[in-house]
Write a protein that binds this ligand. Structure first.
Ligand SMILES: Nc1nc2c(c(=O)[nH]1)N[C@H]1C(S)=C(S)[C@@H](COP(=O)(O)O)O[C@H]1N2
Ligand SMILES: [Mo]
Length: 293
């Protein structure tokens, strides 16, 4: 790649990015792919082992009255332990150069569709400029009480803005390097939900809006406290320098490191804080609650 010959403007932008997000090393996408090939191969091997293991598990009994087979539950507990180790590391997701930015498809339209098999942007529930300007994220506390909502206008104007170039990974096996513009969720919650900073989880939902009489099933993503607090977890309203389209989650979505796409919830309408282990759209369908990588 001849991408090292950056223009002064690009170099300056990169310096600003590094300063703003404090996220350490920035390497080219080509180098990163070279480096990660080996870890991908061992990940693939793990996947095969996991599949064989799962088939064996299904014939094994439960440890007590739970319906989860004992060995599988041990696996989930192991997963939780690994996750907690990562948290203690204070790890940061790798970020990239602005010259590595790629296009990204619209993927996953749950909570966004105006017709049952909508694919085009025009088939999605449109958030008008007026609706976007008045948009609020409603919140309920751990005791179930309603908190004051977070106005999107405040998200956009009252906090430090961060730009982050990182790799979005979908569980379907594709990834793209994209740039997000947003503010830290932790900055916003410190101001708008100071009594909820000890809550173990925040369950974010895409509101079930109606358009043309069809009620779309809502999407949800349960986000653990470590992730809510992480300096690279953003409420984002721009993607690759453009305001979010409806398909990409207008007017505001979540971006969070170490999590697959299923946790990058688009069009956030509410957050419910809880200390109980929650479920969300994809955990209801058998995915791991943390969906980390
Ligand atoms: N509301 C909502 N958010 C969602 C989804 C969805 O179906 N509905 N899909 C998720 C998945 S699986 C992925 S990979 C990303 C894709 O984001 P993009 O469409 O901006 O590429 O959105 C995530 N957020
Ligand atoms: Mo995804």
């Amino acid at each position: 790649m001849t991408g090292d010959a950056r223009t002064p403007a690009e170099a300056e932008r990169e310096r600003r990015l590094r300063e703003q997000t404090d996220d350490g090393e920035i390497i080219s996408a080509a180098d990163y792919r070279k480096r990660s090939r080996r870890s991908f191969l061992s990940f693939a091997a793990l996947g095969v082992g996991g599949y064989v293991g799962f088939n064996r598990l299904q014939s094994m009994g439960s440890r007590d009255s739970d319906t989860i087979p004992a060995a599988l539950r041990t696996g989930l507990e192991f997963n939780q332990a690994v996750w907690e180790t990562i948290q203690r590391d204070g790890a940061r997701a790798r970020t990239f150069s602005v010259s590595d930015i790629e296009e990204i498809r619209v993927n996953g339209r749950h909570g966004l569709r105006a017709t049952s098999n909508a694919t085009a942007e025009a088939d999605l529930i449109q958030v008008s400029d007026e609706e976007a300007a008045a948009w609020e994220i409603t919140m309920t506390g751990v005791d179930g009480s309603n908190l004051d909502p977070i106005p999107l206008a405040s998200i956009k104007s009252d906090f430090n803005v961060h730009e982050m170039v990182w790799e979005h990974k979908c569980v379907e096996g594709w990834s793209n390097i994209v740039q997000w513009t947003g503010v830290r969720v932790s900055d916003v919650l410190e101001r708008y939900a100071p009594d909820q900073l000890d809550a173990d989880w925040g369950v974010m939902r895409t509101p079930a809006m109606t358009d043309g009489g069809r009620q779309e099933r809502e999407y949800s993503a349960a986000i653990d406290r470590y992730t809510l607090d992480h300096s690279q977890t953003l409420f984002a309203w721009r993607l690759n320098g453009e305001d979010l389209t409806n398909g990409h989650g207008a007017p505001v979505r979540l971006v969070t490191p170490f999590k697959y796409g299923i946790k990058q919830i688009k069009r956030i309408g509410s957050i419910e804080f809880t200390n109980d282990t929650p479920s969300d759209y994809w955990t209801d369908r058998g995915y791991d609650l943390h969906a980390g990588f």
